[in-house]
Design a binder for this molecule. Sequence first.
Ligand code: SAH
Length: 354
Amino acid sequence: MNNLLDITNEDLKQWLIDHGHKPYRAGQIRDWLFNRRASSFNEMTDLSQSLRDELSAAFEFGTSEIVSLHEAADGTEKLLLEFPGGGQIECVLLRDGMRRSICISSQVGCAMGCVFCASGLDGVERNLTAAEMVDQMLKLARRLPSDERLSHIVVMGMGEPLANLDNVLAALAHATDPKGLGISPRRITISTVGLPAAMRRMAAENARFNLAVSLHAPNDELRTALVPVNAKTGLEEVIAAADDYFDASGRQLTFEYVLLGGLNDAPEHARQLVHLLRRRSALLNVIPYNPVAGLPYQTPSADAQKEFRKILQDGGLNVHFRQRKGDEINAACGQLRRIKPTVVQTIAAPSSQK
Ligand code: SAH
């Protein structure tokens, strides 16, 4: 069966024409999906019963199961989803003032092997389809009251989005489509470990989104130790590809830097970073390490963070320290994984509370 979330508005129109229906029905169907957040064709009451039946026979959508749902006191919610095609992923809804941001996953697991990240601990199982990424968007949107809308998307969950670029771009096309979620590409960020070939492809073909590049170290030796894929790419190539994307998109480029106590947080590292980035109008997003069960890394002390920040700022860099959100439910950066969490409160699935 085809998944409705895998096909474009144009394909849906063609399907309707081929089956003797008016193409404008596509707009109605997509309005039900993305704005009215319907979870079945039967809810689409302005379509004839026979069209609803035909659609149900031809298409499925939103097939994942919510395995668990966790809510943090700061309003962050995390869903663990299981797909019939196999595999579990996590995705997150973040509330911040007027913002309603979601963080979605692009793969089951991750092959990049960054030593401090929970998502890659067991390697990668498979790419997610576009439909499975749109499904995450819709499942998270349904957590909002009907008068609230998603405002921002970050593709920063489990997986390396640039290793699954076709499907990521197809999913984001639904997000930006005015007849889809209608979110401006300016409010969408793709985070990459830094795969230069795919970054250049994005620059050439689709430079509409914000790009965040995970740097984590100011020199090759340290970067390769923390981000093993760097052995193949090298820092210089990653930064050159980032510059190309900046030139093509005109967007502010963001570099991410997970701060690991005793590893990459020394004053010397901050000085090297200044040297590396100072002639760019990039933003450096520093993320103090979020603890991952079973990993030995340390979050730097407040004093060490302050000193690191001061060197960067004195060096003229545009620095932002990311506020930790959702860590009490293991929903913060780097904490997403695919095994079912055993602790914390589970609010979903009353059927399991027999
Ligand atoms: N593969 C992509 C996107 C997923 S990770 C990438 O590498 O960018 C999203 C961000 O969370 C990355 O910057 C990643 O390095 C960071 N991150 C991973 N583990 C973390 C941890 N334990 N604490 C804080 N940030 C972490």
